[in-house]
Design a protein around this ligand. Sequence first.
Ligand code: ACO
Length: 191
Amino acid sequence: MEFHFDINQLFSERISILDHNLVASRQSKERPDLQDKIATVVDELGRASAKAQHLPAPITSASKLQSQKHQLYLMKDGESSRGHGVVVGFLKVGYKKLFLLDRNGVHIEAEPLCVLDFYVSELLQRHGYGLELFNFMLQHQNVEPVLMAYDRPSNKLLAFLAKHYSLMQSVPQVNNFVAFEGFFHKRAVAH
Ligand code: ACO
């Protein structure tokens, strides 16, 4: 995803972590003009993700990020676009209080880290960027994929989770979230 401004000026790292402050570096904290550009990037990513998932409206935008306690991992390729950089994609996660059904249909209350939105630019999909983003997030959050919940996962995300993390057996829920077999087992061991 290309922009008419320099992506490398906004995001110094290959993967930046954005939260409600909407800043990606010390420099952008002191520069409202850079923050405006970061907001433009987040809005554009949110729109592209919604389109890819056939959602009626974006679930990610700069204003939503500013008002919620979510974290957004944004990946760039700094060398592309004649050194101006391109945005490769993003992964948004956050804690949610959920009522989930275990294997026996028993309600349990949990507050897992959830995958809320995930998108890799169309032309760059299936090149391993999604895996790099996801693994970065796992390390940063110190969490295992099986202990997370997934908000309305697309077929592509389900294929991704099966391929990279062997997550295949989901436990039926009455909400839009998907949790996998080990979620309940591993929780029970941990508590
Ligand atoms: N069809 C089926 N499976 C796919 C596809 C596809 N078009 N694209 C990716 N995958 C899965 C497959 O398992 C694939 O392995 P394979 O090529 O051997 O079959 C694997 O992902 C590839 O892994 P990566 O290259 O690391 O993943 P990628 O960079 O493509 O990122 C992502 C995965 C984010 C799901 C990307 O495909 C995408 O943006 N899709 C469109 C938006 C979307 O569906 N996002 C998830 C929304 S649901 C939510 O966020 C809770």
